[in-house]
Design a protein around this ligand. Structure first.
Ligand SMILES: C[S@@+](CC[C@H](N)C(=O)[O-])C[C@H]1O[C@@H](n2cnc3c(N)ncnc32)[C@H](O)[C@@H]1O
Length: 425
């Protein structure tokens, strides 16, 4: 007798009995569309399950990065949305959306989900089930607060997670420029148009003098035979640890060194090196990617009176998009909130689709993205990426239900939908 296949899985009330949803179409509201209307960028107001399903026909397998920040199920009732669902309902809500998101992702794409301890570990298992355990990429710890909450009962939680999964093993993690991770160790050489690693000479002190420890001191030799010791600003020689990388092989490099020799730090071999990059790590400190307070300050610029309670900082999304995408890739956020992912994608020259069910699609996302397009938004990452404005997007809502019941209880096509709408893909 064939044995019943057993598998380890998370289950919840209602699992496997999900309601079927009638397909819906997206209708543009031209009065809210903005700037260049041919970019393909979409701001959609509506429930994300219906909107994602409406996107499937044109976007399946085309989205490079999904960055979402769903309600964490903390039990709070925020002004703009409810964040306290029964556990099974939350799992069902996430499960149905993740299945569509999985279909939308390209083979080399990845999904990034912000979450905290309320549901993180259940969500991980859900993701294992939908994406496959072998497609787990990372669990990033994001330091979301810069200080302890003095009113905390017990621990003051200072981190959230960002769970990262890929669609297939075709996904590549972009290396980060050293500058992004380790600004102080990197410099940009205008002349060579590249980033290089900065190598600091050791701390001063009597034991650092060449006369004290001659074996630690080496001249740097150029191909033409010229030799130099680097100098510190006070005129004393700096120490240079020898390794084969420290060879200068062209005159240009030598001139640079001679020019720089009175500085405490000297930059050498890196002229021959590719951009100084390194793999991203999984601990994201607030100094580098921002914290919750920074994010709230950012959104105040778009709506001073009606502050959105749970935005993410632009620098955090910038880091995600740097690792997961390149220019012109499509980024999707189906829990758009105040519009951060779309704003950052636009400033980083990615294409984007944002979905938000609440009224804040109009009161927060719309004005924010209009200002990004017009170049009036000076906040967030604008300055660091030298964003001057440009691009545009179309604004969409979900069309009413296709099927209605007539007076006799029979199902009919909704008479308010015109032929053009019905022909919309
Ligand atoms: C934590 S917030 C996202 C904040 C966002 N990352 C930002 O930077 O502003 C979660 C958002 O998901 C939205 N949301 C919840 N359920 C949704 C649904 N079914 N469809 C679309 N949006 C939904 C909520 O209205 C809320 O704005």
């Amino acid at each position: 007798m064939a044995q019943k296949l057993q598998k380890l899985e998370l289950t919840w009330i209602g699992k496997g009995n999900e309601p079927r949803h009638e397909p819906r179409i997206l209708i543009e509201d031209p009065s809210k569309s903005c700037g260049d209307l041919h970019t393909g960028n979409m701001l959609i107001q509506g429930d994300n399950l219906l909107a994602l399903k409406a996107l499937e026909q044109n976007y399946s397998g085309k989205i490079k990065c999904i960055a979402i920040d769903p309600p964490y199920n903390t039990g709070s009732a925020f002004e703009h949305y409810d964040d306290g669902k029964e556990h099974s309902i939350w799992l069902e809500l996430m499960s149905s959306r993740l299945k569509v998101l999985h279909r939308l992702l390209s083979d080399d794409g990845s999904i990034w989900i912000a979450i905290d301890d309320n549901e993180a570990h259940y969500l991980k298992i859900l993701l294992d089930e939908i994406f496959g355990r072998s497609n787990f990429v990372a669990s990033v710890i994001w330091e979301k607060a810069y200080s302890e909450r003095m009113d905390a009962k017990g621990f003051s939680t200072s981190h959230d997670y960002i769970l990262v999964y890929r669609k297939t093993d075709k996904q590549k993690v972009n290396q980060l420029l050293k500058e992004q991770n380790e600004r102080q160790f990197t410099f940009f050489d205008e002349k060579m148009g590249k980033y290089y690693r900065r190598r600091s000479l050791r701390k001063e002190g009597s034991e650092s003098l060449r006369s004290d420890r001659p074996s630690m001191w080496y001249e740097i030799e150029a191909p033409d035979g010229t030799k130099i010791f680097p100098y510190k600003p006070d005129g004393a020689e700096g120490r240079w640890r020898w390794n084969k990388e420290n060879v200068i092989t062209n005159k240009e490099s030598l001139e640079f060194i001679l020019k720089e020799k009175n500085r405490w730090e000297i930059y050498v071999k890196q002229y021959l090196e590719e951009e100084a990059t390194r793999p991203p790590n999984t601990l994201w400190k607030q100094e580098e990617v921002g914290h919750n307070h920074e994010a709230k300050e950012e959104v105040k610029a778009f709506n001073k009176t009606d502050i959105f309670a749970t935005p993410k900082p632009e620098r955090l999304i910038q880091k995600i998009l740097s690792i997961a995408t390149k220019e012109n890739d499509i980024v999707l956020d189906s829990f758009l909130g105040s519009g951060t992912t779309a704003a950052v994608a636009q400033k980083m020259k990615r294409k984007w689709i944002g979905i938000e069910v609440g009224e804040h699609a109009i009161t927060h996302c719309l004005p924010r993205l209009q200002k990004v397009v017009s170049g009036e938004d000076k906040g967030g990452i604008t300055e660091s990426v030298n964003w001057q404005g440009g691009g545009g997007f179309k604004f969409y809502t979900l069309a009413p239900s296709l099927i209605q019941k007539d007076n006799y209880g029979s199902e009919i096509i909704n008479p308010t939908l015109n032929p053009n709408m019905l022909a919309t893909k």
